[in-house]
Design a protein around this ligand. Structure first.
Ligand SMILES: Cc1ncc(COP(=O)(O)O)c(C=O)c1O
Length: 394
């Protein structure tokens, strides 16, 4: 079995985690928390990093600490993982969706995409949440520009994009360093992991302080006196210890992800199927794609079988894959109007042809950092041999 993604724990993870147990610092106080936060802030090129217990709570906390709540609206791509939108719902705000770019699969920032986004800005709009999908940075300049024009916050969902870079008007910047606040996930399949975990990064001193307050029940100096609603979103010292060890390896882990993607690209190009059934992931000239997941699109007509059939056949051969995200406007929780702050009727009626196509045609292939060339070749050979409907007994 070639799993779709496994963590790569090749450094001091065990030693540091054991240190927490041996020194009795297993909860959310201890030296590794601060060390991980400082190390991650330096890595991103920002002033502050605030560790939390997962990427979803990072997004919720960033929104809540930025003052976003009931009656507000946040613009987000429809092609994303549910957590981006759930975090908006938790605050009481309403997600407002836009379509994806056909090449980067991120929020559409072409002139027509920005025009459509602008048409969705109302008096209630408070923020835009670009999501760096599968490790390719969003084209941030058009988003930052429109946000500035309308006095909106930009909160990056960088859950999938540790180390990805964008070359824009501010020079080369890492994902996470381009907005008011950015959120990362350290779930086990992420480029670096803490098992479960998340981080909010920001240059804003006041916001950083609020994030620290709200992640810890909004405790005041006089303990057990609370002026406002807080949360228990704390990361444990054990998680942070694993994070510190992972951070020591981050450049290597990113380089491996990129190397694997290039290896996939090369083998697929050699197969002659690129543009004839298979679309490869892109890397724009202004981008450093870290290929968190190596995703491809399958055009049923030219490839011969559908993405779903391909996934089933690969599974039979011991190759695990995952479908691309199903866009928010297709989610039953919104279509069935279960939540008063769910997607508006207008948003549900709107068209999102790119996101629809990505959901129909997109899958990601095994993407662990420690994947071997031989495993990549096995996967590519299996995909290629299934082209043109070569499904036996199917
Ligand atoms: C785009 C995006 N945002 C947010 C999250 C949430 O992160 P977590 O699973 O750590 O809560 C994920 C998780 O995979 C994600 O892919």
């Amino acid at each position: 079995m070639i799993p779709v993604c496994e963590p790569t724990l090749i450094g001091n993870e065990k030693r540091y985690a054991l240190d927490c147990i041996e020194t009795n610092w297993i909860s959310s106080m201890g030296k590794y928390i601060e060390q991980f936060e400082q190390g991650f802030a330096t890595f991103c090129g920002v002033k502050h990093a605030v560790a939390v217990n997962n990427g979803t709570t990072a997004l919720h906390l960033a929104l809540a600490a930025s003052g976003i709540g009931s009656g507000d609206e946040v613009i987000v791509p429809t092609f994303t993982m549910i957590a981006s939108v759930n975090a908006i719902l938790y605050t009481g705000a309403k997600p407002v969706i836009v379509d994806a770019d056909p090449e980067t699969w991120n929020m559409d920032t072409s002139p027509s995409g920005i025009k459509k986004l602008a048409a969705k800005i109302t008096k209630k709009t408070k923020a835009i949440m670009p999501v760096h999908i599968y490790g390719h940075p969003v084209d941030m300049d058009p988003i930052l520009e429109i946000a500035k024009q309308h006095h909106l916050l930009v909160i990056e969902d960088a859950a999938e994009a540790h180390g990805a870079e964008y070359q824009g008007k501010q020079g080369v910047k890492k994902c996470g360093a381009m907005s008011h606040a950015a959120c990362f996930s350290f779930y086990a399949n992420k480029i670096i992991t803490t098992g479960e975990g998340g981080m909010i990064v920001t240059d804003d001193d006041v916001l950083a302080e609020r994030l620290r307050l709200l992640r810890n029940h909004a405790f005041t100096k006089k303990r057990f006196i609370h002026n406002e609603l807080g949360y228990n979103y704390r990361m444990t010292n054990i998680q942070a210890a694993i994070g510190c060890a992972q951070l020591e390896q981050i450049e290597k882990l990113i380089a491996l992800r990129i190397k694997n993607a290039h290896c996939y690209n090369q083998l697929f190009k050699a197969s002659g199927l690129v543009g004839k059934g298979i679309t490869l992931p892109s890397e724009k000239p202004w981008a450093k794609n870290v290929y968190w997941m190596y995703g491809i699109l399958i055009d049923e007509k030219t490839f011969g079988i559908s993405k779903d059939q391909l996934m089933t056949e690969l599974e039979k051969q011991g190759i695990q894959t995952r479908s691309f995200f199903y866009p928010m406007h297709q989610q039953p929780m919104f279509v069935n109007k279960k939540y008063p702050n769910g997607l508006s009727d207008a948003d549900l009626r709107d068209h999102y042809p790119v996101a629809d196509r990505l959901a129909q045609e997109g899958l990601y292939l095994p993407s662990s950092s420690h994947l071997t060339e031989e495993q990549i070749k096995t996967v590519v050979d299996a995909v290629v041999s299934l082209a043109k409907g070569q499904v036996h007994g199917g």
